[in-house]
Design a protein around this ligand. Structure first.
Ligand SMILES: Cc1cc2nc3c(=O)[nH]c(=O)nc-3n(C[C@H](O)[C@H](O)[C@H](O)COP(=O)(O)OP(=O)(O)OC[C@H]3O[C@@H](n4cnc5c(N)ncnc54)[C@H](O)[C@@H]3O)c2cc1C
Length: 471
C-alpha cells in the first residue's frame, strides 16, 4: 500500500538543526500505528516522528501474524473506528469500498453490526494513517527496522533511544507500543509461536495428533486454519483453565441498565453478575448485554480493587472474563461447537510445561506429578506477556523511569498512556496498548487502544506547543 505525505527515509534526526519536537514510537503494531494516527490528527504544531520496529512491514503486529485470508475479527465494525470523533468511520470506509459493498450487499445500507476479515481492518487503519499523514506537510516521518535496546533519560531531559546500530536517536517524547514484545524465535524446546512461520496443514497432514496450547481466539483461528487446509487428524486444545471463547449475539447487544450497583468487592461481583445474567435471560435479553454494561464500569472497578484482589482476579477469574469478553461471531462459535461434538477435536484442562515436537509435559488437575502428552506437533497459541526483564523495559525500570504494575503483567500506566512511577507520571514517556494490561482492563482491545492513543496525543500536544515556543 502507498503512503502519501512527507517521508524522510534518509534524513537523520538531530543533524539539521531543525528545532521541532521529535517523537519516537517504539513498535509498529496496531498500538504504534494508532499512536501515529492520533498524533497526526491532534498535534497541530510541526513535529518529527520516528517509528521503530524490527519487522520492516506495518501489518498490525501479532493480531495479524499468521492470519489466513478471510480470518474474521471478533469485534463488530461499530467498535473498530480509529477516529475518536466519528464512531462510524470504519463503516464509512467500508461503504466506500466498492468490492466489499458488492460482496456484502445484504448488509447495505451499513455494516456497523457485521464482522469483517482482519486484513480489511488492517487496510483501513493503514489507510487512515496514510490519509492523516497526507494532510501534514509540516510533519516528517521516518521508519527504522531495528529493535530498540535501550531508552535513557539525558541530562537535558530528552531521551536517547538506542538500537545497537549507529548513534542513539535523541527524542523529546517516547511512546512505548511494544505490545506483547517481539515474536519469539523458535527454539528446540519451544518450536512454534503464533507469529512464527506458519505451520502448513500440508506438512502436518500425516500427523495423527496436534496439540494447540491455549483456548483464546487465537486457538480457534488456528484450529479453523488447520481444518480449512485439509488436516483431518486429532486436535487437542490444552489450557490451564479450559474456557473457550463464548458467542456474540446475532445482532449487537447494547449494554443494558443493571439493577443495583455493581459491588466493589471481587467475591461479590461474580454472584452479582450471575444473577444479572439470569435475570436478563429470564426477561428475554441476553448475558452479553450484561457483560457489555459491566465492561463499561470495569476500569473504575479495577482501579479501586486492592492489589491482593487484583492478583486473585488474575489467578482465578481472568480466564473466564476473557472468554466472555473476547467473543466469537455466532457462525464461528457454532462451527467450534460442531468441531468439539465430532470428537476429532477435544478440549482438555491442564497446565502445559515444556514442549517439543514430540509432545508436551502437562500437570493435570489434581495431580502432583507432570504427565506427558505425545503429539506430532505442539503449536503455542497463548498470548505472550511482555518480558519485563528484557530491554528496553528493563533499562527503563533500572533507571527509575517506569515500574511494573501490581500484577507484573506490564508497566504501570494510566488511561492517558502516561507511564507512572508510583503516582507520578514520568515526563514525556507514554505506553499505549497491551503493555498496560495489568493497569487497565481491556487495554488490549481496539476501542481502548484508540481512546488511550488520543488521550496521550492530547497531552503530547501541550508538550509540543511548549517545545515549539521555546525552540
Ligand atoms: C488486524 C487486527 C485484528 C484485531 N482484532 C481485534 C478484534 O477483533 N477486537 C479487538 O478489540 N482488538 C483486535 N485487535 C487488537 C489486538 O487485540 C491487539 O491488542 C493489538 O493488535 C495490540 O497491538 P500492539 O501494537 O500493542 O501489539 P503487537 O501486535 O504485539 O505489536 C507490537 C510491536 O512492537 C514491536 N516491538 C516489540 N519490542 C520492540 C522493541 N524493543 N523495539 C522495537 N519494536 C518492538 C514488535 O515487533 C511488534 O511489531 C486487532 C488488531 C489488528 C491489527
Amino acid at each position: 500500500m502507498t503512503i502519501h505525505g512527507s517521508f524522510l527515509p534518509q534524513t537523520p534526526f538531530g543533524s539539521d538543526g531543525v528545532s521541532v519536537p521529535r517523537i519516537a514510537i517504539v513498535g509498529r503494531g496496531f498500538s504504534g500505528l494508532m499512536s501515529a494516527i492520533a498524533l497526526l490528527r491532534r498535534v497541530r504544531t510541526p513535529f518529527e516522528l520516528l517509528m521503530l520496529d524490527p519487522h520492516p512491514e506495518i501489518n498490525g503486529g501479532q493480531a495479524l501474524a499468521g492470519a489466513q485470508i478471510g480470518a474474521i475479527l471478533n469485534s463488530r465494525v461499530r467498535d473498530l473506528s480509529v477516529a475518536d470523533d466519528d464512531a462510524d468511520d470504519f463503516d464509512t470506509w467500508l461503504r466506500g469500498n466498492a468490492s466489499f459493498r458488492n460482496a456484502v450487499s445484504a448488509a447495505i445500507p451499513g455494516f456497523r453490526q457485521i464482522f469483517v476479515p482482519k486484513g480489511m481492518f488492517s487496510d483501513y487503519a493503514y489507510q487512515r494513517f496514510s490519509d492523516a499523514l497526507a494532510l501534514r506537510h509540516d510533519v516528517s516521518i521516518r521508519m527504522r527496522s531495528e529493535l530498540v535496546l535501550s531508552i535513557a533519560r539525558r541530562s537535558d531531559s530528552r531521551f536517547a533511544v538506542a538500537t545497537g546500530e549507529g548513534p542513539a536517536e535523541i527524542c523529546d517524547i517516547v511512546v512505548l507500543a511494544t505490545g506483547y514484545g517481539t515474536t519469539r524465535k523458535p527454539t528446540p524446546s519451544q518450536p512454534e509461536t503464533p507469529g512464527a512461520t506458519a505451520i502448513r496443514a500440508r506438512r502436518l497432514a500425516p500427523c495423527p495428533h496436534i496439540v494447540l496450547l491455549g483456548t483464546g481466539v487465537r486457538v480457534v483461528d488456528r484450529l479453523f486454519q488447520l481444518r480449512d487446509e485439509g488436516y483431518c487428524g486429532r486436535i487437542t486444545l490444552l489450557s490451564a483453565h479450559g474456557f473457550l471463547p463464548r458467542s456474540h449475539t446475532r445482532f449487537a447487544a447494547d449494554p443494558m441498565e443493571l439493577e443495583g450497583e455493581i459491588p466493589r468487592r471481587l467475591r461479590d461481583v461474580v454472584p452479582f453478575l450471575r444473577h444479572a445474567c439470569r435475570a436478563a435471560e429470564d426477561g428475554g435479553q441476553n448475558w452479553q448485554s450484561v457483560m457489555n454494561a459491566f465492561r463499561k464500569q470495569a476500569r473504575s472497578l479495577w482501579r479501586d480493587l486492592p492489589a491482593q484482589e487484583k492478583r486473585r482476579f488474575n489467578r482465578h477469574l481472568r480466564a473466564i472474563y476473557d472468554s466472555h469478553r473476547n467473543r466469537l461471531p455466532e457462525p464461528h462459535y457454532l462451527r467450534l461447537m460442531r468441531e468439539l461434538s465430532t470428537g476429532g477435536t477435544v478440549l482438555r484442562k491442564g497446565r502445559a510445561g515444556a514442549f517439543t515436537n514430540d509432545g508436551v509435559t502437562v500437570r493435570w488437575p489434581g495431580e502432583t506429578r507432570e504427565g506427558f502428552m505425545a503429539a506430532s506437533a505442539v503449536i503455542d497459541c497463548r498470548c505472550a506477556a511482555p518480558d519485563l526483564a528484557a530491554p528496553p523495559l528493563s533499562t527503563l525500570m533500572q533507571d527509575g523511569l517506569a515500574m511494573p504494575d501490581e500484577l507484573g503483567l506490564g508497566v504501570l500506566v494510566n488511561a492517558h498512556g502516561e507511564v507512572l512511577v508510583g503516582d507520578q507520571a514520568t515526563a514525556n514517556l507514554y505506553a499505549v496498548g497491551p503493555l498496560g494490561l495489568g493497569s487497565l482492563p481491556d487495554i488490549d482491545l481496539v476501542p481502548e487502544i484508540v481512546s488511550q492513543a488520543y488521550a496521550a496525543a492530547g497531552l503530547m500536544t501541550q508538550t509540543c506547543t511548549a517545545l515549539a515556543s521555546t525552540g
